[in-house]
Ligand binder design. Structure first.
Ligand code: FAD
Length: 462
């Protein structure tokens, strides 16, 4: 089986890694002639960190990034207070990465490309998908280089203006609001990079300039609203916006800038036959809440194992599961954007809704049912060594947890035992009781966990 991915942003790269580690023959092409160099999606949400853990890039992402910085609020040029978007949470037995993590998108993409290269797969730059036709057995794709490729599946991870989506004629339903525009850029500032900054006027404290430190590159991500007749994204414009609300902070070294317009859209379908849409090609978000990159990564992670499996039910479930999530996430980020537009004083606050940990594909109700995220828990292996359930899940396989003993010996099947219980097969011991609690397993249950870390079925044994 072969998969061709159009677009090497975070979505395409995540999918390529997930397929390559399953030994699927994957090619990833990108229209751009060089790699994107801006910070764009710089907030990585907890659920994405869990995906990065599974894909083997978590250490590099944690080493390169930083915790979200405390924001120093200045009104009329004077320091007014410190503020955090969200309280810093301690790791929990079931949630090892409870906080968002900051890293410029281009650096995240670099880490994903390095991981992909470990499987011998490299992004083919300067290579656009320029046409395709599908039949019952595959897709014939024409590339801008003139090459014609025959592939089992084509995935359009080619961004908001997706050529793949347009060629399929799939409507991209939503709005582009020209009345709100944001000036964004990566720029150096003579400020302490241990903090983020909010500069505004006391008379209008919710309209201002934000500067968020970008780890490792000595720059800040700049953001400011633009007036209707203002269309420039030059360093002078950034400086003028800042001078209007602060005194004496100098900007320099503008390496990337853009004028962002709220384009909020959801594709009517995420699939047409053997062609799939993922990431911004399927949904575009306001940057409020930092959801776009994260939702694209989750799309890819949902799709990878299903493509590898190839069964019709699983392939069908991609659109069902991910389109509902994308619609929900669009609601969250749009709601946050409205709060800013309405100058709501709580617009800066972020709660659990942006972390993507509560995303569920459940179709039934109850405590931990099929479709829910399979929680982590600390346990001990047969040698008494500390391991986590996430260690058992890591990799391209599905996992079965049999609580309370009696598991037949099968690959990736583990007995989860309480201390002192009789061991059979491959087992781990829940010395602190966290696994039994997280899986609500006191009566004994068998839980099947999908390769993407969601419960696929849960059987209660009486
Ligand atoms: C200012 C800003 C701030 C943001 N902040 C956040 C944030 O904090 N958190 C967050 O999660 N998200 C954020 N986002 C959103 C995030 O940047 C996007 O959601 C993310 O880039 C989507 O990734 P993707 O891989 O789906 O698409 P893209 O990153 O757009 O990648 C698509 C790729 O496809 C290529 N391509 C296009 N056409 C073709 C073709 N025909 N053939 C082959 N290749 C093609 C393009 O060259 C591109 O490399 C922000 C966005 C902006 C603009």
């Amino acid at each position: 089986m072969r998969v061709l991915i159009a677009g090497a942003g975070p979505t395409g790269l995540t999918l390529a890694i997930d397929l390559a580690r399953r030994n699927i023959d994957v090619r990833i092409v990108d229209k751009a002639t060089e790699f994107f160099a801006g910070s764009r999606g710089d907030g990585i949400q907890p659920r994405t960190l869990e995906v990065f853990d599974d894909l083997g890039v978590i250490d590099a992402v944690l080493a390169a990034g930083m915790s979200p910085a405390t924001v120093r609020v200045h009104l009329d040029g004077k320091f007014a207070m410190e503020r955090r978007m969200a309280p810093r949470r301690e790791p929990l037995p079931d949630v090892p990465y409870p906080n968002a993590w900051m890293l410029g998108q281009s650096q995240t993409e670099g880490i994903l490309r390095d991981r992909l290269a470990e499987f011998g797969v490299h992004v083919e730059l300067g290579t656009a998908v320029s046409g395709f036709e599908q039949d019952a057995d595959g897709v014939t794709v024409t590339l801008s280089t003139g090459e014609v490729v025959r592939t089992s599946y084509l995935v359009g991870a080619d961004g908001g203006r997706s050529f793949v989506r347009k060629t399929l004629g799939i409507p991209f339903v939503g709005t582009t609001d020209e009345s709100i525009r944001m000036l964004l850029g990566d720029v150096a500032a003579d400020l302490d990079p241990a903090y983020g900054y909010w500069f505004a006027k006391e008379a209008d404290p919710m309209t201002g300039v934000v500067l968020s430190p970008l780890p490792g590159i000595g720059l800040f991500q700049f953001g400011a609203p633009l007036t209707e007749d203002d269309d420039s994204d030059s360093l002078e414009t950034l400086q003028a916006k800042l001078d209007d609300v602060s005194a004496g902070v100098r900007l320099s070294r503008l390496t990337w800038s853009t004028v962002w317009r709220p384009n909020i859209r959801l594709a009517e379908h995420f699939r047409a036959g053997r062609v799939f849409l993922a990431g911004d090609a399927a949904h575009v978000h306001p940057p409020t809440g930092g959801q776009g990159l994260n939702t694209g990564v989750q799309d890819a992670y949902n799709l990878g194992w299903k493509l590898a499996d190839g069964s019709p039910e699983l392939l069908d479930s991609y659109e069902t599961e991910r389109r509902a999530v994308a619609a929900h996430v669009l609601g969250v980020s749009t709601g946050l954007m409205r709060k800013y537009a309405e100058r709501d004083e709580r617009a800066h606050e972020r709660g659990a809704e942006t972390q993507q940990l509560d995303i569920s594909y459940r179709t039934e109700s109850g405590k931990l049912v099929a479709g829910d995220r399979a929680p982590d828990a600390p346990v001990k292996d047969a040698a008494g060594k500390d391991v986590r359930l996430f260690d058992l899940f890591r990799g391209p396989h599905a996992t079965t947890l049999v609580f309370g003993g009696g598991a037949p010996e099968a690959l990736n099947t583990y007995n989860v035992l309480r201390p002192g219980e009789d061991a059979r097969g491959v087992y781990v011991v829940d010395t602190e009781g966290h696994a039994f609690a997280a899986y609500d397993a006191s009566g004994g249950v068998t839980v099947h966990v999908r390769p993407d870390g969601y419960v696929s079925s849960r059987v209660v044994r009486r």
